[in-house]
Design a protein around this ligand. Sequence first.
Ligand code: BGC
Ligand code: NOJ
Length: 811
Amino acid sequence: MKFGYFDDKKREYIIKTPKTPLPWINYLGSEDFFTLVSNTAGGYSFYKDARLRRITRYRYNASPLDQDGFHIYLKAAGEVWNIAWQPVQTDVNSYCCRHGLGYTVFESEKKGILATQEMLVPRGEACLLCRITVANVGEEKKKVDVFPYTEFCLWDAMDDASNFQRNFSTGEVEVTADTIYHKTEYRERRDHYAFLWANRTPDAFDTARDAFIGIYGSPAKPAAVFGSGCTGSIAHGWAPVGAMQFSLDLLPGQTESIILMLGYIENPEDEKWESSGVINKERAVAMQQRYDSDKKFFAAREELADFWSSLLSNFTLSCEDEHVSRMVNIWNQYQCMVTFNMSRSASYFESGMGRGMGFRDSCQDLLGFVHMIPERARERILDIAATQFPDGSAYHQYQPLTKKGNMAVGSGFNDDPLWLIAGTDAYIRETGDYSILDEQVAFDCDASLAQPLMEHLRRSFNYTVEHLGPHQLPLIGRADWNDCLNLNCFSEHPGESFQVTGPSEGPVAESVFIAGMFVKYGRAYAELCSHLGLIEEAEASLAHVEKMEKTVLDAGWDGEWFRRAYDAFGQPVGSKECEEGKIFIEPQGMCVMAGIGKESGEAEKAMQSVKEHLDTRYGIVLLQPAYTNYYLNLGEISSYPPGYKENAGIFCHNNPWIVCAEAVLGHGNRAFEVYRRTCPSYLEDISEIHRTEPYVYPQMIAGKDAPTHGEAKNSWLTGTAAWTLLSITQAILGVVPTLDGLKIDPCLPSDWKGFAVSRRYRGAVYNITVDNAAGAEYGVKELFVNGQPLAGNVIPPAPAGETVEVKVIMG
Ligand code: BGC
Ligand code: NOJ
């Protein structure tokens, strides 16, 4: 069942009912100020850091669900409703929510009143704008009361949700004719405040939640709205809120608009006060004046649209399949940008109070956004590398605000170092900018230890070489990509973190997955060395890679597929010898992507085994058979009920690895089949089963062992975004940036007649048309650049500013 539809022209998803299977959200903002907004206007805002600078309050895991947000109540003819349905939940005659790129618009009609609520974060500003229109579409004069309402958070979201003995006494506000200022703690150590402003003077306001909602009231039945209006309350402690009331008289056909702003201001220490106890509002007023008319709002809206058009114009596809087109051209790229902004911090499944930026997560996210924002990717790589330890290992996470490694999680995730090579390699292939390798970058955030970035990559490479176990496979440490395969943890006590309990470095447990990574990204490292003229190092590195390849085919091969690991007792994990967990997806994907066993047949066999044992109609599960017991020697993976998360869930992140692996073998039909199964747009028709947004990827879909097979969770913030974009654009469509230029190497479903891609690459634009009249799955027969035949399929980079016409004939 569908709950809405795609409007590809407008690049929107339009939701036709507020009663979606879960809140379906959008992200507003792409620099410092962010708002999450659901299809019923739930959500919250923060500045830079979702934990430390939370502007509005949100209660996760609440029942009723998703009641905190930026709500507009309407009251007319004795009835109360919300433009976006929540929290009052009064039925309206018509409702729609349009989630677009960086904006969301609600529209609903009731009692002859047509109202809209349009929300966006303007470029370069620390504020949320919300423009409301209220139109009398009836025959008679109408009186309508409009009440915007949002609840302020006392800045540190974690403290706000727990330290009530203090926080119930600290809240402070200041009110002017058109603005409610939230200034808790500004008197003491803070230099920032937030505010709710309107471009017309409200008739009344409230700043104390108890007054607006009522002590025993609820956002679904606010005392002020259902009673006789706002009371002019001033919050002293407790819960400061921003609530206003506008009383409008509308003639038939008349429309009124109100622009609201939720703003955030920082003042220099010596400019904090206007007079004793009165905050300096200069910057706030200036910001308000920049958006005090419809005209200015529309200009901000246009600037935002231009921004997104320009970002998405770096890669555009036209093909026969509307699902693929809309994912590639719009939503998959959009999701990649959201993962750039948020990493894994704030979604409707990540509270914004937990994880910082993941070392491996951020390196992988980069694969999905480097073609849109190469300069910011560069900066990101340098930030990440600065948290690396001198021995090449890495902090598993770092904090976005301080850019410092996170001690609480520490290090010991032995795949981390190699992801730095993966990310840097992707950046250089995209940009050709080798100068990044000369940048001096700190180790462990200590500038006195700085070395060129190339030295960081070298230490990443060597870390693996120097940490091998009994089979000469890489030691796994606390975990590799699979955070839940904790072979050195042995946790017996509830509540212990599987990731940090036990020794970080077991001398025995090994990972075949890291071995596959080492072959893939070790080879990329060797290639970088040769491009830099480091011929000896390139050869020595390749020798290590080749040795590892042999080791994988020996100790890592199980007969029908690649093994997953060896545990702390030297016993295989992911082998037919195991009772449960006989086969895992990760080493099949990574080893075949690395080309291991391509010539000798193991790669083919591994892919067949994936199909035979791990396929389901909704995607490929992570392992089989699912673990039914908790195994001390395996850790968190066996803590999940069968079919969920890492225990045989469909972990979307590694499905595209299989797409890429199948493409390595030239299997275009199978590659596309795997791509299609988890592609959200294809799943729109079964939204009642899938439940999360049909426009973005979730982290996980319940596997075949789960009672809720097909149900997705953890939408938005997942490495799936980057890897699926890579799998469709590079493995299937075959538009691959290399160190030497743009390679065209499609691996297509044989019934595709062709496609066209426009790709901006190193400043030039490549208009590529691929003709597959031959019905091939793989193989470029002829390639013409500006009408001239080219030997091979790597197009040397054209000068910036040029347009290059590329024609490719498959066969
Ligand atoms: C989840 C993993 C995640 C890890 C992060 C686990 O509970 O299942 O997906 O990577 O937490 O710490
Ligand atoms: C989510 C984590 O963010 C990611 O780093 C990890 O690879 C996967 N879970 C699998 O455990």
